[in-house]
Design a protein around this ligand. Structure first.
Ligand SMILES: [Fe+2]
Ligand SMILES: [Fe+2]
Length: 200
């Protein structure tokens, strides 16, 4: 297998091996392996849809960097760094995307706007998601270890149509949250509305 390396401009000069070591400090092995699979899947999708393979790979690799940061740390960071305090009404499911990038910038040193945006949007979505954003959103859902029928359906859609794959995932996210009586971040609903209207 050829070794992946990222352009220094995207990583502030950090080698991928250094990034992997930083990730291993923050993530258990299961989550770390998931990130590696999302990286690979995102690179494949980027190739398929003519997007920047390195940005997709790096965003896929780092998307869950902050997934296991404790709630209290998140709450402190939200309060002290000018984040919208409304975020405190939500949970780490929302925070690890929107606020997670704060840790990525601080600890990993990746600041590329398009990489950061794709990571910010990977859990909540965004009505204006770019194709690159959709690739990270969907890669997370269809990486090879995902085996549910809805995930398989999104994987098939992602062969030809990122918007359709994104919509399948949005449907699933909303159904899951409502089924579990969990709070829905309003932007996720706005994203669903935007994508369903595009489709119609
Ligand atoms: Fe995530
Ligand atoms: Fe993930």
């Amino acid at each position: 297998m050829t070794q992946i390396e990222y352009p220094a401009a995207l990583t502030n000069g950090r080698q991928r091996s250094e990034i992997l070591a930083l990730m291993q400090n923050r993530l258990d092995d299961q989550r770390y392996q998931h990130c590696l699979r999302v990286e690979k899947t995102a690179r494949e999708l980027a190739k398929r849809f003519g997007q920047d393979v390195d940005r997709a790979g790096l965003a896929g690799l780092l998307h869950d960097y902050a997934k296991q940061i404790p709630n209290n740390t998140y709450i402190d960071v939200i309060k002290r760094n000018g984040f919208d305090l409304d975020l405190l009404n939500y949970n780490r499911g929302v925070w690890h995307g929107l606020v997670g990038t704060w840790f990525i910038k601080q600890e990993v040193g990746v600041t590329d706007h398009l990489v950061i945006q794709a990571i910010e949007r990977h859990t909540t979505g965004d009505p204006d998601m770019s194709t690159l954003d959709q690739i990270i959103f969907v890669a997370d859902f269809i990486e090879p270890a995902r085996e549910l029928p809805i995930e398989a359906k999104a994987r098939v859609a992602a062969q030809t149509n990122m918007r359709e794959a994104t919509l399948i995932e949005l449907e699933n996210t909303l159904q899951y949250l409502i089924g579990q009586r969990k709070v829905v971040y309003p932007k996720t609903l706005l994203t669903y509305n935007a994508f369903i209207q595009i489709k119609e």
